[in-house]
Ligand binder design. Sequence first.
Ligand code: PRP
Ligand code: URA
Length: 212
Amino acid sequence: MPNSPQKLIVFNHPLIEHKMCALRNKDTGHRPFRGTLSQIAGLMVYEVTRTFKTKPVEIETPIMKTTGQRIEDPITIVPVLRAGLGMIDGILHIMPEARVGHLGLARDEETLEPVVYLNKLPKDLNAGPVILVDPMLATGGSASAAITILREAGATDIRMICLVAAPEGVERLHRDHPEITIYAATLDEKLNDKGYILPGLGDAGDRMYGTV
Ligand code: PRP
Ligand code: URA
């Protein structure tokens, strides 16, 4: 991950790249699409949690006493509906104790501006790290609005996981929320004139739920 000192970490990992081929392929149906997306999200958790704070804890093994490190602060995962929901199972598989808040945002097809239709978050978002989850970072409008909502709700430690990031979206997030680290499975080329990521994988929500 050569760009890790910055606020963008692109995985470019062989296993993730391999699985991304299935997501990008237009002939992949909604069931394998959902399964693969969830698997990639699970793989990404390992790196996204690397900077989580731990506290020492005394443990007695069958042989002797030792000190382990535990994550004490509550972790909150916040998927952006609909498409972010498809990453939740993979993440919870690895971190079953995490809480899940929900943000419903839909991009207006004309203006490309996000419209909020659901906001259900834990009250003490400031108690621990918050991971914003959305497979697509296109113009960055949805992610930027979601981070503003999380901040207003009290979150202080936020990072974002996406599968496909467009340079335009990364730039927008870096401008609007310079403190946020973005973890992207892959960084694509650019947006088309309808705000779709190129080469991308199409409309993630539609492909995931078979509403194409
Ligand atoms: C998609 C995607 C992001 C957003 C990204 O959602 O899941 O939330 O677009 O685009 P942006 O970076 O330009 O804001 P969409 O609005 O299509 O809703 P859906 O998940 O319900 O299909
Ligand atoms: N949202 C998607 O689902 N796909 C894109 O390419 C851009 C926004």
